[in-house]
Design a protein around this ligand. Structure first.
Ligand SMILES: [Zn+2]
Ligand SMILES: [Zn+2]
Length: 741
């Protein structure tokens, strides 16, 4: 059998197997003993049949990742919402904040990066070991903390690269206005802090955001000048002098994943040149992936790393054929065909990942990347060269200002084109695989008719989209979104109509669940149009995220129980109890609030929540907002049918709600609690006990992530984004074989 991909070197297979192993481990989260046992049996086989090494690499991936999950330091997310004492190294100090490279939280080893805001007092010296007290909160995927107290544990250690980087950062801030300094730091070293949001937005819209994240091509642009100079003397000596320079640059970017990838590749290529052997670029990309993932399997989750590898693979596989096609068929001159081919190839390699993770695409990107690339070819080396004398004379950096201005204007120009940037339903994971399969097929000369085959597979990748999203599902899907402490529930009717019930919290430290969780989840679920939005009551943990959602997606109708804690851009109608609505085959019945509002309860806003009973075929959902005992009692008194298979537990599982008589009337089989880190003690122990004794299987968004319940009219199926892991610190021997972390 000829596989037609014989041009792939063994190291590429090993890298792919290791990657697959890490992904597999993430999926089944096995006890490390499982892959260890597998390796024990497979290694002797490898000695006999070297090809079994791919299987061994897969098991190594599983082993590495599961060892990481069970023995490695916990990540910071665990403590989100809690007040903690975090210990780590202070870095990147600027104005009123610094970054803390965390090593320990409340005495437990932990790892992660934290933005620390300092309201008053001095910033700690960079590189110092410090302990910071404060509440950890999540904002736009990053963790941050406002320091209530800072204690310097140890003076700055000897970390020459960090010191040099701090010096260069100070130089850039001294020589340029703040925004330009932040932009230059992004272009040269990949730091994305302090960039004005409008610029970040433009770079994203134009599809050139990668240049702000220190793309791997920086390494080439920076080394080109020294390589050229040194090559004039002695090739080998030059090569050996340039490798340390590449490593220095890597250290200055604090190990940015795309730079790590590029540094390993460049080092392999340079060493190859030194011993007179040309390195195969695809093999050195594979070696870089193999090495970096073996050192840190967690890197695979880093989207920057994924995009960097994807784009590089695209360039290595497709540039040649594309260039040939552009020159021969489109009659482009070589001067233009080469950069166009490189940009298109990089785009082809990165696009499926962009679509999978963000559901975003920027159709102007292939064009925008050309002028941006040309500007950077001058700007990056010039910036590096200028930065050295600028340490003494910061004013010299003025020379680079026109270049930065030109870059921003160019990007703005492309970002302003209508349709420059589109949201699409995210590509499913099998679509990503098919896409890369098509890329490989397109360049596999050993297979007959490989081009038509590639076209067929590419068409399948595009088709996987419609399979996943376009077709009416025929099921009623209710997703309880993990928005932290609050509620946000997406209801997708069998014909695709969508209703959103609440949109999660907005907190004073800038977290907006609408922007951060609800809108991405809507896009991921393929919802491009909201037929109904419902606000059960005006508390901020339900209404906070709504303005962002209403702004992005104006719903056809908006139900609102009133009593807002902050203004909404759109007034809604208060539905009457007894009102019934047909939503694509599902029946939505309004059970509350009562016509005469309840008064004098624990919280009248909660007591008068909108309560919905949704039935589809034989299956029934009951959504109870933030009802407390008075509200539940009023529902019981109203004599309405409360029986339901799935109960959205009232008031985040508060100990006062979910009273025994109410649960006896509902008799839920599945109970979903929407909650997150909070100071109210939700969910309360006795409420959980009552739910369990009522016979309900309990799901919690704080433990399970998004909880999706699907009903085909007869049967129900529950899917959760996470499986609750054993508590951190559970001894290895007491962990289950599957789902061990
Ligand atoms: Zn609430
Ligand atoms: Zn409430």
């Amino acid at each position: 059998v000829r596989w037609g991909v014989a041009f792939l070197k063994p190291v590429t297979w090993l890298a792919a197997s290791l990657t697959a192993g890490i992904l597999l481990a993430d999926w089944i989260r096995p006890h490390p003993a499982l892959p260890l046992a597998g390796l024990f049996f497979l290694l002797p086989v490898c000695l006999r049949w070297p090809r079994a090494a791919a299987g061994a690499a897969l098991l190594c991936g599983v082993l590495l990742q599961s060892a990481h999950g069970t023995l490695g330091p916990g990540t910071l997310d665990r403590w989100a919402g809690e007040t903690v004492r975090a210990v780590g190294r202070a870095e990147d100090a600027a104005e009123k904040r610094f970054a803390l490279q965390v090593t320990e939280v409340d005495g437990t080893p932990a790892r992660g990066r934290l933005s620390v805001y300092v309201r008053s007092g001095d910033l700690p010296p960079e590189g110092a070991a410090v302990a910071v007290r404060g509440r950890l909160s999540e904002f736009r995927g990053a963790l941050r903390m406002t320091a209530a107290g800072i204690e310097v544990l140890r003076a700055p250690g000897l970390r020459p690269a960090a010191k040099l980087r701090a010096l260069l950062d100070r130089t850039m801030r001294a020589g340029l206005p703040p925004h330009e300094a932040a932009l230059l730091a992004g272009l040269l070293f990949g730091s994305r802090e302090q960039l004005p949001p409008a610029w970040v937005d433009s770079f994203k819209r134009a599809g050139v955001y990668h240049v702000l994240a220190a793309s791997g091509s920086n390494v080439r642009m920076i080394l080109v000048v020294p390589l050229f100079l040194l090559a004039r003397f002695d090739r080998r000596l030059g090569v050996l002098l340039v490798i340390p320079l590449a490593l220095l640059y890597w250290a200055l970017t604090a190990g940015e994943p795309s730079i790590s990838r590029a540094t390993v590749m460049v080092t392999i290529a340079l060493l190859g040149t030194a011993i007179g052997r040309a390195a195969d670029p695809l093999a050195s990309l594979s070696a870089a992936v193999l090495l970096l993932l073996a050192l840190d399997p967690g890197l695979l989750r880093n989207i920057g790393f994924q995009l960097s590898v994807g784009a590089t693979a695209g360039i290595l596989l497709l540039t040649g054929p594309l260039q040939k096609w552009l020159q021969e068929r489109c009659r482009l001159p070589a001067l233009l065909a080469v950069p166009v081919a490189v940009t298109l190839a990089a785009q082809a390699g990165a696009e499926p990942l962009m679509l999978y993770h963000f559901g975003q695409t920027s159709p102007v990107a292939p064009v925008a990347n050309l002028p941006v690339g040309w500007i950077l070819t001058f700007l990056v080396p010039a910036g590096c060269i200028l930065l050295i004398p600028a340490i003494l004379f910061p004013a010299l950096l003025v020379l680079i200002k026109p270049g930065l201005w030109l870059l921003v204007r160019t990007v703005d120009l492309f970002a302003a084109i209508p349709g420059a940037f589109l949201y699409l339903p995210p590509l499913p994971w099998y679509g990503v695989l098919l896409w890369y399969g098509a890329m490989l097929l397109a360049v596999s000369p050993a297979i007959r008719l490989h081009r038509p085959a590639a076209a067929v597979v590419a068409a399948m990748a595009l088709l996987s989209w419609s399979v996943a999203y376009a077709a009416p599902s025929g099921v009623l899907r209710v997703t309880f979104l993990d928005v932290g402490q609050g509620d946000a529930i997406l209801l997708q009717a069998p014909d695709g109509s969508a209703m959103l019930i609440d949109a999660g919290p907005a907190t004073e430290d800038g977290y907006d669940a609408g922007d951060r969780v609800v809108l991405p989840a809507l896009r991921r679920a393929g919802v491009s149009r909201l037929h109904y939005a419902v606000l059960t009551h005006g508390h901020l943990d339900h209404a906070g995220g709504l303005p962002a959602v209403l702004q992005a997606m104006a719903p056809a109708a908006f139900w609102d129980a009133g009593g807002h804690q902050h203004p909404l851009p759109l007034g809604g109608r208060r539905p009457r109890a007894g009102e019934v609505l047909r939503l694509g085959g599902a029946r939505v019945e309004v059970l509350g609030p009562p016509v005469v509002p309840l008064q004098g309860s624990r919280s009248d806003l909660n007591a008068n929540s909108i309560v919905l009973r949704i039935s589809y075929g034989e299956t029934v959902f009951l959504l109870t907002g933030d009802l407390e005992p008075e509200g539940e009692e009023a529902l019981l008194r109203s004599g309405q049918n409360l029986r339901a298979d799935v109960l959205k537990v009232a008031h985040h599982g508060s100990p006062f709600s979910s009273t025994a008589p109410f649960l006896a009337a509902v008799r839920p089989r599945i109970a979903v609690i929407s909650t997150g880190p909070n100071r109210f003690g939700h969910p309360g122990g006795d409420a959980l006990g009552r739910l369990r004794s009522a016979g309900a299987a309990v799901y919690r968004t704080d433990l399970h992530g998004h909880v999706t319940v699907e009903g085909d009219g007869r049967r129900l199926r529950v899917r959760t984004a996470r499986r609750p892991a054993p508590a951190p610190g559970t001894p290895l021997l007491r962990r289950p074989l599957v789902g061990a972390w």
